[in-house]
Design a protein around this ligand. Structure first.
Ligand code: ADP
Length: 481
């Protein structure tokens, strides 16, 4: 069992109290690098979730002031920064990413609370300059109601931070449901929030059976917004389940990010950006490049440069010094990357980095040797599906039109990257890409100050920036005679 001052007990948090599952049942959380048991967290189900929603509904009745919410947001940001080392360890132990990235995630999460705290003015009532019908018109941004925040395992802290910072700013009480694979970071965040003077029920944490918790969150009338990050399959299910009570959804679903390398770009810079982008969290982020599309004239040079850097990466336990890539989250994650690799090799792609050893043993330590493939084509699984692992899949293209067509040839539309020195070309290409986030000469992912989200089947709604805060308010318009 992992001992941390930030995890005094492996419990959920409902109505200001640390609580176990009614049934007393627990589920184990393991370190994906070693298989070590980190803890046994409550296996909550419908009854606990209902109580969490009711507690949040109670908190809605006594809305905290804007000054109060701002003070909480700034205090959470400070607590995350002050405890970044310990939080980073917890993230790394349960998720597997290298420790520097775990600590970086705590700082990244802090940025969302800080940004929301510093920018709450966007939620101030707005008096119209015009006087339609000879009335004074005021637009108010009211808390949307109880909000449900459902998150995945790849950023155990930051995925919740993006949503929770905005919901606190909006004054909307929250029920948080983290991934069952990585709930410990959330217990730690709630421990930090428990030290503040938030009213009971304003923030709640339920951990446990996803289907049962999800069912109550989707059925309960008091829940007005569900903000979800995860797979497109579960996102589709939530869309259907939200219909009877007409909830607002904010969905950040799967991606299939293209990384476009034109022959006029700075190849060294493009290579560096690809390495940082592709291998963050071992390739397990929704903005990680999935398809590398390279113009014919530079593909030899680019592929060789990438392969050389990939061969130098160190794979291992994220707690060890100098490790670049940790394990994949679990055996299923590993097997998907392996399936994509084998499918591509069978259909004619070539590995520039040698063979990948088959996994040994049980579910733990599924370290995948980072691999560069050339000769990838659009019908291969690694080009159609999100690989979510350290596989660099390089395709070639001829013209700008080919590049745009290939890049858009997916049902997803989350992140894309374009490398070219030609500003006219960049404008033409970016305008035609159906992706919510497009980096020009950068592999940068999202930032707290900017809205981030997808087009097409990558979902709808935005996180970060003023737009992110608007997800958790209802607009109320008051004409006054
Ligand atoms: P991932 O593969 O990234 O874990 P999932 O979509 O399976 O993606 O999970 C994302 C989050 O959604 C997790 O917190 C998971 O527990 C939760 N989840 C899974 N199934 C459901 C469901 N039926 N209703 C609500 N939440 C769910």
């Amino acid at each position: 069992m992992y001992q941390s001052e930030l995890i005094p007990a492996m419990k959920g948090y409902i109505a200001g109290q640390w609580v176990s599952a009614d049934s007393g049942r627990t589920m184990n959380v393991h370190n994906p690098a070693t298989g070590d048991l980190l803890g046994a967290v409550p296996m909550m189900e419908a009854a606990e979730t209902t109580r969490a929603v009711e507690a949040a509904e109670g908190a809605l009745a006594e809305a905290p002031s804007a000054e109060q919410r701002k003070a909480w947001l700034m205090a959470i940001a400070k607590a995350l920064r002050d405890n970044a080392f310990e939080l980073g360890r917890i993230v790394t132990l349960e998720n597997g990413k290298p420790l520097a990235q775990g600590e970086g995630e705590a700082a990244y999460a802090a940025g969302f609370f800080e940004y929301a705290g510093q920018n709450m003015d966007v939620l101030k009532p707005r008096r119209l300059d015009e006087r339609p019908n000879d009335h004074t018109w005021t637009v108010h941004f009211r808390p949307a109601g109880v909000v449900a925040l459902i998150t995945p395992w790849n950023f155990p802290l930051a995925m919740v931070a993006k949503k929770l910072a905005a919901s606190i700013a909006a004054g909307a009480p929250a029920v948080v449901k983290p991934s069952e694979k990585t709930p410990l970071s959330m217990i730690a965040l709630f421990r930090l929030m428990d030290r503040l003077d938030m009213p009971p029920g304003f923030v709640n944490l339920v951990i446990g059976e996803p289907k049962e918790i999800g069912r109550v969150l989707m059925e309960h009338e008091a829940v007005r917004v569900v903000s979800f990050t995860g797979s497109t399959a579960v996102g589709r299910h939530l869309i259907t389940a939200s219909a009877p009570s007409v909830k607002r959804l904010s969905l950040e679903l799967g991606g299939n990010a293209p990384f476009l390398v034109f022959d006029d770009c700075d190849i060294a810079a493009a290579t560096d950006h690809l390495m940082k982008n592709k291998f963050r969290a071992g390739g397990q982020t929704c903005v990680c490049t999935n398809r590398v599309l390279v113009q014919k004239g530079v593909v030899d040079r680019f592929a060789a440069a990438v392969a050389e850097k990939v061969l130098a990466l160190k794979v291992g336990n994220g707690m060890e010094e100098g490790v670049d890539i940790g394990p994949l989250i679990d055996r299923a994650g590993h097997d998907k990357v392996r399936r994509h690799l084998e499918d591509a090799l069978k259909k004619g792609a070539v590995s520039l980095t040698g063979d990948v050893p088959a996994p040994e043993g049980p579910n733990w330590g599924q370290f995948f040797k980072p691999t560069v493939l050339r000769g990838v084509t659009p019908e291969m699984a690694c080009a159609r599906e999100e690989t979510f692992g350290p596989l660099v899949a390089i395709q070639e293209f001829d013209t700008e039109e080919d590049a745009i067509r290939l890049a858009n040839g997916t049902e997803y539309g989350l992140a894309a990257y374009v490398f070219t020195k030609d500003a006219d070309r960049a404008c033409r290409v970016i305008r035609n890409l159906r992706f919510g986030h497009v980096g020009w000469n950068t592999g940068s992912g999202p930032a707290p100050q900017a809205p981030f989200g997808g087009m097409k089947q990558s979902g709808f709604g935005r996180e970060g920036g003023p737009e992110g805060m608007m997800e958790f308010v209802e607009i109320q318009t008051v004409p006054m005679a």
